[in-house]
Design a binder for this molecule. Structure first.
Ligand code: ADP
Length: 490
């Protein structure tokens, strides 16, 4: 009987489960959104139990709708929103606080304090990251500062910390496994990406109790089995990677210099730098891309916090569209942006600005401004932020890219992809299957469980759908307004 891989994609806005066959075909997908919690200006939380319950529901539904029984799942892979921080009680399995989401800016002051002590270079040298609220370390500290009784519990070995991968594996194994993989660990600000271990100096600087930390594993190995009471059979868990790393893998960006950009809630551009760590001189991050067969591969990354979430904001808060895909026809209803620039700093500004306190603006509005102009300026804003990253990445890599592979929900927007190609003056390539994050997790799991024997088996799975070729005639207008207005603000 044919067997399959179950891929769990625990995203920022929804929990997804996919079943994938040996040829990389998706047999079924289930997806459930969960609430975003905004308790205060700049704060973003998730309820970890809602993440788990929607994830479990998605897993059960996809098995049911594909009529594939759990005993036909060869192995399971997990990919997840990174940096989002959960602390739970090891005895009860209950979270002690909501998950603090990667977009959350509440620890800006903690980061500032560390910067004032001139500690950024130490953190950057050891972790490849910068001191920004984005990463998990300061979020952990905030939870303990907020409720010191939790610190005592942690000292007494009663609490566990994890990113969403750790949390879901804890739940799936009924508390048997407390692990994370190297890619997720590399986003915590306390993991040394050269020495490949939790870094005691950084742990002490932030003030994290050692005994809450998960064991770190590679991206592709047998970690444990799902508990029998969850799906009736035990399924081997054999792959983990943070979402952006999984998408790099799913895009088959496996050679040095291969590059992809994901247009999800945020946008994340990543270039494989092979087995060497490239330290950015242009405010990008160095991070672990994946660890496979005892080899560690690295990447350079540009993280943009507001991507597709800008479109979500236009839908949910301004109601100028009723679903995300409508933004394309609205933006195409006007011939240009009409002089409007959208500064998409809805969760501060990530690379290369790293300004957690930045806020968004819509500039250049006149009596003639229409909804279409705002929509077009919003798409341009997503593409310009990516253009800025690509410019810096080319400088760091000392090369000019010949193409950019794209994926994520908003990469289905043809106008956005065309604007992107125009701005970076480079070919943009979109694969047939844009859920490359889930595909990457499936590949890692399948390699770890022997479902696929080697990378060679995966080579024919990635198929390209459409290419966008650059036409740079409009760029000057768009970019000169942007630069002028950004200079006024930041
Ligand atoms: P995540 O994995 O971060 O949850 P997805 O890859 O599922 O995100 O992409 C969802 C995001 O993409 C949402 O923020 C949504 O607003 C945006 N989006 C979806 N379709 C489109 C579209 N056609 N045009 C622009 N944005 C879109």
């Amino acid at each position: 009987m044919e067997k399959y891989i179950l891929s769990i994609d625990a995203g920022t806005s929804s929990s997804r489960a996919l079943i994938i066959d040996k040829k990389g075909n998706v047999k079924g997908i289930s997806q459930f959104e969960f609430p975003q919690i905004f308790p205060k200006e700049g704060w973003v939380e998730h309820n970890p139990n809602q993440i788990w319950l929607t994830q479990l529901k998605a897993i059960k539904e996809v098995l049911k709708k594909t009529k594939i029984s759990a005993n036909r799942i060869h192995s399971l892979g997990i990919t997840n929103q990174r940096e989002t921080t959960v602390i739970w009680n090891k005895k009860t399995g209950e979270p002690v606080y909501n998950a603090i989401v990667w977009q959350d800016r509440r620890t800006a002051e903690i980061c500032n304090d560390l910067k004032k002590q001139n500690l950024e270079t130490i953190f950057q040298d050891k972790t490849g990251l910068l001191l920004d609220p984005y990463f998990s370390g300061t979020k952990i500290k905030w939870i303990f500062d907020n409720d010191p009784s939790l610190y005592l519990l942690a000292k007494n070995n009663q609490l566990a910390f994890g990113t969403i991968d750790s949390w879901l594996i804890w739940k799936l194994t009924n508390g048997k496994q407390h692990v994370t993989d190297v890619t997720n660990a590399s986003r915590t600000l306390i993991y040394n990406i050269k020495e490949l271990k939790w870094d005691q100096e950084l742990i002490d600087l932030i003030g994290v109790p050692n005994n809450i930390l998960p064991k770190v594993v590679s991206c592709s190995e047998h970690i444990g089995n799902t508990s029998k009471d969850i799906l009736g059979v035990e399924i081997p868990i054999t792959g983990i990677a943070g979402d952006q790393q999984a998408s790099l893998f799913g895009q088959m960006c496996l050679e040095e210099g291969d590059i992809k950009n994901t247009y999800g809630t945020g946008c994340f551009c990543m270039m494989n730098t092979g087995e060497k760590i490239v330290k950015s001189k242009n405010k990008l991050l160095s991070t672990i891309a994946y660890q496979l067969n005892n080899k560690t591969y690295y990447a350079i990354e540009g993280s943009i916090f507001t991507g597709g979430s800008l479109i979500q904001w236009l839908r949910d808060q301004l109601s100028i569209i009723s679903n995300a895909s409508e933004i394309e026809s609205l933006a195409a209803s006007v011939k240009d942006n009409g002089g409007v620039t959208f500064i998409p700093a809805l969760s501060g500004l990530g690379a290369p600005y790293w300004n957690p306190k930045a806020t968004g603006s819509i500039m250049g509005i006149t009596r003639g401004t229409e909804k279409g102009h705002i929509a077009r300026a919003a798409l341009e804003a997503i593409a310009i932020r990516t253009y800025e990253i690509i410019q810096n990445m080319q400088k760091d890599a000392n090369t000019t890219f010949t193409n950019l592979k794209v994926d994520g929900g908003a990469s289905n927007n043809n106008l956005l992809m065309q604007i992107q190609s125009n701005l970076i003056e480079t070919k943009v390539i979109r694969p047939v299957f844009t859920e490359t994050t889930a595909l990457g997790a499936a590949f890692l799991s399948g390699l770890g469980s022997g479902y696929w024997k080697s990378l060679e088996d995966l080579k024919d799975i990635w198929k390209h759908d459409r290419e966008f070729l650059p036409d740079s005639s409009e760029n000057d207008n768009i970019l000169s307004n942007w630069k002028e207005r950004m200079n006024i603000l930041y």
